[in-house]
Write a protein that binds this ligand. Structure first.
Ligand SMILES: CCCCCCCCCCCCCCCC(=O)SCCNC(=O)CCNC(=O)[C@H](O)C(C)(C)COP(=O)(O)OP(=O)(O)OC[C@H]1O[C@@H](n2cnc3c(N)ncnc32)[C@H](O)[C@@H]1OP(=O)(O)O
Length: 169
């Protein structure tokens, strides 16, 4: 089988912001964006491993820019690294200008998914081979982010997070 690349998991989801999805400032409700990103990321994760996937953690979300009512929002999701049974999915969120059609980056997010069998037990997934410079950067940093997520979840001792600790040396 050919080597799997991040590009093969690439998923794009475009949708509108409707009145029922906004906060009192008429901007997209944060939880609605989190849910949309969960859907997009889960499709990317499934495209990589072709298994059932569950969200293990939301590692990073930056609401850098509010998303007004009526906006056209595009979420681009792609697996940045595959571990044994878990995957990191990196997402970029774009808003499209109504008149010019120009795109502006609104948010970024990183979620972790685990591939499981029918009983919910983790299963081994194929490795991923980054190709572009951005993919390679995201791939390299994913191990540090996984260690941070596990430390925060109480599933790894800080002293064992060696790649993460190396950042501060
Ligand atoms: C007939 C029609 C059918 C249609 C059919 C359609 C299907 C359409 C499907 C749609 C798809 C939707 C997808 C929605 C996604 C949800 O919304 S799922 C709902 C929310 N999530 C959950 O309920 C997950 C609940 N948690 C769990 O099940 C378990 O904690 C997990 C995530 C499986 C991990 O289990 P565990 O016992 O900790 O397992 P463990 O072996 O220790 O760890 C397994 C891996 O998870 C990693 N991990 C564990 N915790 C973390 C963490 N906090 N951070 C990072 N990594 C972690 C471990 O490092 C390990 O990674 P690897 O080294 O193997 O790569």
């Amino acid at each position: 089988m050919d080597k799997l690349t991040p590009r093969q998991s690439f998923t794009t989801v475009t949708d509108l912001v409707l009145p029922s999805e906004t906060n009192p400032l008429n901007n997209l409700f944060g939880g609605e964006l989190l849910a949309r990103m969960d859907r997009a990321a889960s499709i990317a994760a499934r495209r990589h491993c072709r298994r059932i996937v569950v969200t293990a953690s939301v590692n990073h979300v930056a609401f850098n820019r509010s998303v007004p009512l009526g906006s056209v929002v595009t979420i681009e999701a792609q697996v940045s690294r595959a571990f044994k049974s878990s995957m990191e999915v990196y997402m970029d969120v774009w808003i499209e200008d109504r008149e010019s059609g120009d795109r502006a980056k609104a948010n970024e997010a990183i979620y972790s998914f685990v591939a499981v069998d029918d009983t919910g037990r983790p299963v081994t997934i194929p490795p991923i081979h980054p190709e572009t410079e951005v993919e390679k950067e995201r791939y390299d940093a994913a191990l540090r982010r996984k260690q941070l997520s596990l430390v925060l979840a109480g599933k790894m001792k800080a002293k064992d997070a060696t790649e993460l600790a190396a950042l501060f040396e």
